[in-house]
Design a protein around this ligand. Structure first.
Ligand code: MD3
Ligand code: FE
Length: 225
């Protein structure tokens, strides 16, 4: 981290360059990209992801401001994230089905905990896993994650499918942000002093991933309750 608080610049190259599995990139004092960390887990994880999505299908939600998000969402775990005209919040039931969110599969929790440990966050106990689906053109504008009750726990994010360019910003929306390409199997872990950084995802480029097709799926694990 530089003294002016701009993140460390590590990845200035093309967003289509393959990542190097096993490599760890530090993008902030307490923020790390673990390249390819999820790859050895995916044979176990993807079937469980499909089962979660059959029980709680992707849906496009509306923001309090009345805009439909381009990213489609679902959740699993004790708590799921929801937005509608009345605000952003975590709920214990899927508002679409009225049922509790699907359980968080053991392999999800184990992978999130292993990644947190690899980034020096011990004892991570996620109770929410948000599942974001990006199709080409979908994006997530700069925001902070601050609906979680505890801001001391880290967040773990797993990227699957098409690559995306992640924006890693500062503590004000107008701060300059670093662009970090994220690929299938990469995991980002951030917490501590970096927990409230603004971040976003640039519009997804067209393409077809050999396993997941024309989409990017991102899982984010949080301690929300
Ligand atoms: C935040 N998702 O669901 S996660 C979200 O790829 C969300 O779908 C994005 O933002 C996605 O709320 C980004 C990755 C990430 C990585 C590093 C961060 C978010 C970060 C560092 C600081 C703050
Ligand atoms: Fe976020």
């Amino acid at each position: 981290m530089r003294s002016d608080n701009t993140p460390i610049t590590l990845d200035l190259f093309a967003d289509q360059a393959p990542s190097t599995p096993g490599q760890t990139e530090r993008i902030g004092q307490q923020a790390f990209v673990l390249r390819g960390f999820a790859l050895p887990w995916l044979e176990r994880l993807l079937p469980d992801l499909e089962a979660v999505l059959r029980a709680a299908p992707f849906r496009q939600m509306v923001t309090p401001g009345g805009f439909t998000m381009s990213v489609a969402l679902s959740s699993c775990g004790a708590l799921g994230w929801t937005t509608d005209r009345s605000g952003y919040r975590y709920t214990s039931r899927d508002p679409q089905s009225g049922q509790p969110w699907p359980d968080m599969p053991a392999v999800f929790r184990e992978l999130a905990q292993a990644a947190a440990r690899a980034a020096n966050f011990e004892h991570f106990e996620p109770d929410a896993c948000l599942i974001n689906r990006y199709v080409p053109g979908a994006r997530m504008s700069l925001h902070q994650d601050k609906n979680e009750r505890s801001l001391t726990a880290p967040i773990v994010s797993i990227s699957l499918g098409l690559p995306a360019v992640f924006q890693f910003g500062g503590f004000e929306r107008s701060d300059k942000s670093l662009r970090v390409p994220l690929f299938h199997g990469d995991i980002v872990v951030w917490g501590g002093v970096d927990r409230l950084r603004y971040h976003g995802v640039l519009p997804l480029k067209d393409g077809a991933h050999p396993q997941l097709g024309a989409q990017r799926i991102n899982l984010t694990f949080r301690t929300a309750g």
